[in-house]
Design a protein around this ligand. Structure first.
Ligand SMILES: [Ca+2]
Length: 414
């Protein structure tokens, strides 16, 4: 970094005849970072669906940036059956959820296990199925896995969370049990949310959806339901201690945040520890949000999108007192599914950037974030024509992403 800066100074001195020498290390860093993230036009060139104006500069269509570090994407395997969630095992292999209801283990060389069975039946119609997954912080000793799935119940379908033990022979999940259900159940097979993460206190964040229909959509604002929420639960599925609505009679105690449409991405910022999410909007209005406890994220009262058929949603407002603005939004949409921050060293300019899987947009969005604002955007793997579903960082400093078409990619430094 230092040598790079000295070189730039010399280059600058040659052209300008002077060089500022007494800069601080912070300015050094900023200058190098600026060089690494030379600003380009926004990556989105299509017309938006609406004439809605952002609440602040940079809330959408941030300047384009381009990764300068040489990197490559390799297909590790293309033989997965609709992979939906990916997590790395302590030995470097990957445990992957397949939408139709089984898990698989994939080695970095592409070797696949047989489907792992023993999970509760999933309703894999439309957007449902076996969804996100995560490992117990004590996985090396207890082999416990937690996952989200869409469950068929008597009253309809719902987002459920289950846990079980990966058997020693890795052929099955033992003693699987459902620990949480986001109620009420509903007949729809859309908008299940479906990501799950452990926080530092050993509790689980889980995202749900508002199930898409006009009759359930308002329930995202209803604190007595589990729809359209991020909930925080214990490993036994109980409301986690310290949740924002704890002790209130008018709210479910597991709720962490509300007013969400369909959250398919959750990640912690490596430097701040904050929880971020990616959320599907309607036609326009996909969002990236920084999640704070007890806050209302607005759906369906405020949105930067419109109905698929073209008319306005609600009062066609985008901002309201008491409702949080997204850090960033997309119009037209990205269709954001899984997301992760990069914390590795292999590609230094990616440090603390957010990577978002795009489904209909068929690329991975890289967002450069400074002080909780998006200051740059890049599209990765846009030539692959894949629906990117989930992404995680490997212990080797590469990113690993799965696609609906069944591929696992490794994206790393050359
Ligand atoms: Ca929102």
């Amino acid at each position: 970094m230092k040598r790079h800066f000295v070189f730039l100074c010399l280059l600058g001195a040659g052209i300008l005849g002077s060089c500022e020498r007494n800069t601080t290390a912070g300015q050094d860093q900023a200058q190098v970072s600026e060089m690494a993230n030379e600003q380009l036009p926004p990556v989105e060139t299509k017309d938006p669906n609406t004439k809605y104006k952002p609440a602040f500069p940079g809330q959408t269509r941030a300047p384009g940036v381009k990764t300068n570090t040489p990197y490559e994407a390799k297909v590790v395997t293309d033989g997965l059956d609709q992979p939906w969630g990916i997590v790395q095992l302590p030995d470097g292999r990957f445990l992957i959820n397949q939408k139709t209801g089984t898990m698989r283990i994939v080695s970095p060389d592409g070797t696949k296990s047989d489907p792992i069975k023993g999970l509760p039946e999933v309703n894999s119609a439309q957007q449902g199925g076996l969804l996100g997954l995560t490992l117990d912080p004590n996985f090396p000793s207890n082999r416990m896995v937690y996952w989200v799935f869409s469950q068929r119940t008597q009253g309809g379908n719902l987002t459920a969370v289950a846990k079980g033990r990966l058997s020693d022979d890795e052929k099955s999940i033992e003693n699987a049990q459902v620990i949480y259900q986001a109620k009420p159940a509903h007949r729809s097979t859309l908008h299940y949310g479906g990501r799950i993460l452990f926080d530092k206190t050993g509790n689980l964040f889980v995202s749900t959806g508002e199930r898409s229909d006009m009759e359930t959509r308002p329930l995202a604002q209803d604190l007595k339901t589990g729809l359209g929420k991020i909930v925080r639960i214990t490993p036994d599925g109980k409301p986690a201690p310290g949740n924002p609505f704890e002790g209130r009679a008018d709210a479910l105690p597991e709720i962490w945040s509300y007013g969400h449409r369909n959250v398919q991405g959750l990640a912690f910022h490596p430097a701040t520890g904050d929880l971020w999410e990616t959320e599907f909007g309607p036609r326009g209005g996909d969002e990236v949000n920084l999640i704070q406890p007890g806050k209302n994220y607005g759906w369906p009262v405020i949105t930067y999108g419109i109905e698929y058929r073209g008319d306005a949603i609600g009062d066609a407002i985008q901002q309201k007192e008491g409702m949080e603005q997204p850090i960033y939004y997309y119009d037209p949409v990205l269709s954001p599914s899984g997301t992760t921050f990069y914390s590795g060293d292999a590609i230094p300019e990616w440090k603390n950037n957010l990577f978002i899987c795009g489904l209909s947009s068929a690329h991975i969005a890289r967002l450069v974030i400074e002080n909780n604002k998006v200051v740059g955007e890049e599209r990765l793997l846009a030539d692959e024509n894949q629906r990117f579903r989930d992404i995680t960082q490997g212990s080797d400093g590469a990113l690993y992403a799965v696609t609906d078409q069944g591929r696992l990619y490794r994206i790393g430094a050359k």
